[in-house]
Design a binder for this molecule. Sequence first.
Ligand SMILES: *[C@@H]1O[C@H](CO)[C@@H](O)[C@H](O)[C@H]1NC(C)=O
Ligand SMILES: *[C@@H]1O[C@H](CO)[C@@H](O)[C@H](O)[C@H]1NC(C)=O
Ligand SMILES: *[C@@H]1O[C@H](CO)[C@@H](O)[C@H](O)[C@H]1NC(C)=O
Ligand SMILES: *[C@@H]1O[C@H](CO)[C@@H](O)[C@H](O)[C@H]1NC(C)=O
Ligand SMILES: *[C@@H]1O[C@H](CO)[C@@H](O)[C@H](O)[C@H]1NC(C)=O
Ligand SMILES: *[C@@H]1O[C@H](CO)[C@@H](O)[C@H](O)[C@H]1NC(C)=O
Length: 492
Amino acid sequence: MGTPLLPLLVVLQLFTAPSPAAASAHISAVISQSGLDFAKDLLVSHAAETLTPLSVPDIEKSASIPLVGTVRMTASGIVLHGLAVTNSTVAVGDTGVVVAATLARANLTMEWSYSYNAWVVTITDRGNASIQVEGMEVGVSMGMKNQNGSLKLSVMECGCYMKELDITLNGGASWFYQVFIDAFSNHIRTSVENAITKKIMEGALKLDSFLGNLPKKIDLDSVAAMNVTFVNDPIFKRSSVEFDIDGLFIPSDETAVPRGMLLGDIKFALPLGSSSKMLWISLDEDVFNSVSALYFKAGLLQRMVDKIPDQFLLNTASWRFLVPQLYRKYPDDSMLLNISATSPPSVRISVGRIDATVDLDVTVNVLDFGKIVPVACMSVSVAVSGAAAVSGNNLGGRVDLDYFSFTLKWSKVGKLHTVLVQTVLRILLKNLFVPYVNSYLEQGFQLPIIKGFSVRDAYILTSYSKMIVSCDVAFIEPEALFLVQTQGRFLV
Ligand SMILES: *[C@@H]1O[C@H](CO)[C@@H](O)[C@H](O)[C@H]1NC(C)=O
Ligand SMILES: *[C@@H]1O[C@H](CO)[C@@H](O)[C@H](O)[C@H]1NC(C)=O
Ligand SMILES: *[C@@H]1O[C@H](CO)[C@@H](O)[C@H](O)[C@H]1NC(C)=O
Ligand SMILES: *[C@@H]1O[C@H](CO)[C@@H](O)[C@H](O)[C@H]1NC(C)=O
Ligand SMILES: *[C@@H]1O[C@H](CO)[C@@H](O)[C@H](O)[C@H]1NC(C)=O
Ligand SMILES: *[C@@H]1O[C@H](CO)[C@@H](O)[C@H](O)[C@H]1NC(C)=O
């Protein structure tokens, strides 16, 4: 594990060199060498499992044998069993990745037969054989491109090589053994190599169609969805691969129901970690601002409040002496507060800090014989600072009130006492507004992680206008290789 400085150095290396083509990418994910190793192990073990039993096409040959004549021979029912990977590596090149694996010895079983004409009778014989394969190596190099916002995977080279074949024939005439070896060993070798190569190409095609079918958006709720369209080609660097996605929130066309609030503990990860994390996801502050703009536009950033922790404040009687006009006009009436954002909250991220400002109109209403009557309105500018956290695969957060300022916009009940308003606003913001905002923030939104994978040991760094989530990844659901389409809610 490195010194505390090490992760930062890596971040600098990974994220400070601005790539000119990445203009429209607001989220980028960098898979480090340990992440590539993890992905490679998954792929290789899956491939080894699906590779066997592997059937190889039958082979037929004729050979002219002294004293015997022309012999027709077949090798059929050739099946490869028990492939086990001893070691494998993955390396990044300029245009793609190379995966190579060394396989442990494997067995082949097969049947042989031959026939030839001796005078007027046809002599045939058959039996089986087993073959031990020693020193098998398989390598594949794959490139990836962006095609119309999806990833297109192509195999550039695929090779399989066997060092030695140790063939044991059961039965057969003694002359046949050498004839068989001479006639078939190279053929069997090439056939098996071809069959393995073909299987790997088929696997790559499946992987390609899986990548091509990744969804282009992840719904958050009925309002917003994250645009996870890939932009730019993946960038292959020394021992890492970077994927850029659009990452901004766009209007959701789903009729998804917002899920219930989740008021619980979320762990705030310490900004510590090792540079050997598998995945680094960097999110622009634009990502957060895009969802805030959508929520604002959808009219969700306003609430009529009739219950507060200090309920007595919402009755004109409590204001009898302080705002006499209010009590005189509306004696002993309930009050309601209309708190509504006047512009989308704006988020700014800098080194070690996440800040947001929210401009609100707080309208004081009185419930007069069942009618809501506005009596005064204040324009309030609230500054909060926050911390982000990863909970499950979600990126959430929490804010605290930093400071606020206000001006009286209008009033039908005379001038309001500044210190008084300030005190009440502070109570309101601290006890109502911030907990309310946090109840949404804590749910956050899903990081763009492929379904079936889960984020582990995440930690978060903030740098200039970016938030960086660094984490390991675990594979939890082998069957479910699709992006998760969870519903969530996010509000800044
Ligand atoms: C696997 O290990 C052997 C022996 O340690 C080594 O010679 C070979 O290059 C390794 N293969 C790969 C693909 O790493
Ligand atoms: C397959 O190989 C294993 C050792 O790797 C050996 O024990 C077994 O007998 C072999 N099976 C056949 C059918 O040759
Ligand atoms: C191979 O043939 C022998 C007899 O010739 C038989 O005992 C054995 O079961 C056969 N093995 C296979 C795998 O067919
Ligand atoms: C590109 O994607 C869009 C929608 O995602 C689709 O309508 C269009 O047909 C695609 N074009 C090509 C060339 O695949
Ligand atoms: C999603 O992002 C892509 C790439 O930036 C962009 O072309 C596309 O228009 C975006 N989709 C929507 C609905 O905004
Ligand atoms: C709350 O105030 C906003 C703007 O000040 C206004 O658009 C909205 O209609 C009000 N809501 C209610 C329920 O009165």
